[in-house]
Design a protein around this ligand. Sequence first.
Ligand SMILES: Nc1ncnc2c1ncn2[C@@H]1O[C@H](COP(=O)(O)OP(=O)(O)OP(=O)(O)O)[C@@H](O)[C@H]1O
Length: 241
Amino acid sequence: MNTVKKIISKMAQTVASSGGDLARPFTVAVEGNVGSGKTTFLQHFNKNQNVAVLAEPIDMWRNCSSYNLLELMYQDPKKWSFTFQSYVQLTMLRQHQRKTRQPIKLMERSLYSARYCFVEKLCRDGLMAKPSMEVIDQWFNYVTKLEDTQLDLIVYLRTSPEVAFERILKRNRSEERTVAFEYIRDLHDIHEAWLYNKTLHKCKAPVIVLNADLDQSVIEEEYMKFEPHILNKIPLEVKSL
Ligand SMILES: Nc1ncnc2c1ncn2[C@@H]1O[C@H](COP(=O)(O)OP(=O)(O)OP(=O)(O)O)[C@@H](O)[C@H]1O
């Protein structure tokens, strides 16, 4: 056996004995406003056998030992936001740490959008008390230093707030019936500041921006344009945001 074959064979044995979980996979977070089409985007990659697709743990938020934390948060944000965000942080951390056999991991949202977009919004609206923010932040700072929580790429599904809001109205999710356009507009502005204008918070991963206003009938073409980067076939230059 030549040397290269020996190395490959040794690597294969090591991977097999470790259950396929050697290094952190190439990790991509799919971000964008509520209603931006993250689910549709993930479905496109679901068929690829090199990609582990991790949907947002929204079902867990709706059923935490039978409590619907998402609904409680929308009904009374002042009372329930800390509880909800604590649980979001825990469930997101689990997603980041989930072992996968595939070399690419595509996550719907991340610890980062929870903190930089949603907690940011609660803070701006005065809906989360300062001591609660401090606890969320200390947890966040601690867990985002772990190797498992690092991101290699962010895909930003960029929509106009009007389109996102229209989609939310159309899907008619029961917990979201009280969502106002202003909420979506503010979340849009925060996503823009974080991922487009890069004026809010630091993040080490490069960002790909997709036009997610496009109709479902043509959006596949937009996905295909960026697919080689998402599948890490053409790595993007790493720049600090
Ligand atoms: N960290 C968070 N804090 C508060 N609410 C959150 C948080 N993450 C998600 N949500 C809420 O959970 C619901 C799901 O929103 P999200 O944008 O994550 O997915 P989505 O709208 O189902 O995705 P898409 O429509 O892009 O496929 C929304 O009602 C959103 O407001």
